[in-house]
Design a binder for this molecule. Structure first.
Ligand SMILES: C[S@@+](CC[C@H](N)C(=O)[O-])C[C@H]1O[C@@H](n2cnc3c(N)ncnc32)[C@H](O)[C@@H]1O
Ligand code: SF4
Length: 349
């Protein structure tokens, strides 16, 4: 079948962002919005219990607008919001999208979609926002269990309908503006082929990302109850490839190499051992290094310091990096697979 590609993760966008990175500009920004997420309590949430309600000191609307203006001056093309809480529960959400658009910046968000009614879906489509919607199962009972809220799954199914009615997934000629986030666990393993078929029907990219040992998985000691062993993952991969295409994998997120990552309180954070911008790609509880804060440093200073830190990691931690490089996940985690990310980052130091 024809490959479905999620526009923000296409090779074209990756190359564009890497090109900007190589010319000392900034193609991508990973921005954590609020830590607040009150409508779901996912059994595997990598961010809870540490976050879940709003944090004191989160960036305000003016600070965020300033941040986007500064990043735009450095060439910013894509804003990614991948982690922490639920973006639609962020009070700055509408203003932030309008601001990004006025600066010619495209936006890609992970969301549980619980707040996406028909009106919101139309608005998002008009603004050209790309979305990765949580969709672990089409079995309502199983999905409710994963979401930790009775009745929540129904709202997500309805939100996907709203998005399709608004025109999401309609462009079948190039890349799609819709993806589904699927975390394979023992709970939803038998349901995943149906989610893949539904994704094909919706022209949505099915993004299967492996379970991270982080957040609630560790706090509630859920790993053994949830994690699939390698043989089950490999079996699932074979099923997914039969439905989609051979060599299916989660693509590299441009921001992990070509971006900077600013968290909800304005800290510029990188993975401590590699200096890469995603703290989740090793599928473990994140270990981050704070490079500076947007309240104290200029954006160009943060970009410069983050890149210098990565260079020093690649020079100092060679053995560790070789070890990470040999980690080839079955599907890949958030941001892609280290076996591909590390050599690509090395080429673009
Ligand atoms: C932390 S959430 C934040 C955005 C939004 N609240 C959501 O759930 O989509 C971002 C993505 O990480 C995924 N995720 C959360 N915990 C995870 C874990 N332990 N392992 C793998 N993916 C996880 C979620 O399913 C979601 O697709
Ligand atoms: S995974 Fe997303 S929707 Fe689920 S609890 Fe965590 S932040 Fe909320």
């Amino acid at each position: 079948m024809k490959r479905i590609e999620y526009l923000p993760w296409t090779t074209g966008v990756l190359q564009q962002c890497l090109h900007l990175h190589d010319s000392d500009s900034l193609g991508a920004l990973d921005l954590d919005l609020t830590a607040r997420c009150t409508m779901a309590a996912c059994i595997y949430c990598d961010s809870k219990p540490a976050v879940g309600s709003e944090h004191p000191g989160e960036l305000g609307a003016k600070e965020t607008a300033y941040l986007l203006e500064s990043a735009s001056k450095l060439g910013l093309k894509w804003l990614y919001s991948c982690g922490l809480g639920e973006p639609f529960e962020d009070e700055r959400f509408t203003v932030l999208i309008e601001k990004a658009l006025s600066l010619g910046i495209r936006v890609s968000l992970f969301t549980n979609a619980l707040a996406i009614n028909a009106r919101k879906a139309d608005w998002l489509k008009r603004k050209g926002v790309c979305l990765i919607v949580k969709l672990d199962s089409l079995n309502e009972t199983t999905f409710d269990r994963i979401l930790g809220r009775h009745g929540a799954a129904r709202y997500i199914y309805k939100a996907v309908e709203n998005l399709r009615n608004a025109g999401y997934g309609h462009d079948r000629t190039y890349a799609t503006d819709l993806a589904f986030s699927i975390v394979p666990t023992k709970l939803n393993l038998p349901d995943i082929p149906d989610v893949i078929r539904y994704a094909i029907d919706c022209n949505a990219f099915p993004s299967v990302g492996e379970l991270e040992q982080a957040g609630m998985v560790l706090a509630k000691k859920h790993f053994n109850d949830l994690a699939l062993d390698v043989s089950h993952l490999a079996g699932l991969k074979a099923d997914v490839e039969r439905l989609l295409w051979e060599g299916y994998k989660r693509p590299i997120c441009p921001s992990i190499i070509a971006g900077v990552h600013i968290d909800n309180v304005g800290n510029c954070v990188v993975d401590r051992e590699t200096g890469l911008n995603c703290k989740w790609f090793l599928l473990k509880e994140p270990r981050v290094k704070v490079i500076g804060n947007i309240r104290d440093d200029t954006m160009s200073e943060l970009v410069r310091k983050a890149r210098a830190y990565r260079k020093s990691c690649f020079a100092k931690n060679k053995r560790q990096l070789t070890k990470f490089r040999s980690v080839d996940y079955v599907f890949g985690g958030c941001g892609g697979s280290p076996a591909e990310i590390i050599p690509l980052a090395q080429k673009h130091l």
